[in-house]
Write a new protein. Structure first.
Length: 67
């Protein structure tokens, strides 16, 4: 193997080892999760919203067919 090829292999190995060393955990615990965003969940009122949407769709369709 020529000396120039050994330099390339040594350079590539140096870069790869630095990536592996950088990927190691630092030992500190992860930061706490952020609080959930404020707002009202729509899970409780989903059936009501679906009924309102269906009624709205029927009214719009009826108005468009009368023209």
């Amino acid at each position: 193997m020529r000396i120039q090829n050994r330099k390339y292999i040594a350079s590539i190995l140096f870069v790869l080892i630095s990536f592996v060393c950088n990927a190691q955990p630092d030992g500190s615990p992860p930061p706490p999760a952020p609080p959930p965003p404020p707002g009202m969940p729509i899970d409780d009122f989903l059936p009501i919203l679906l009924v309102i949407a269906i009624i709205y769709g029927i009214v719009k369709r009826f108005k468009l067919s009368r023209r």
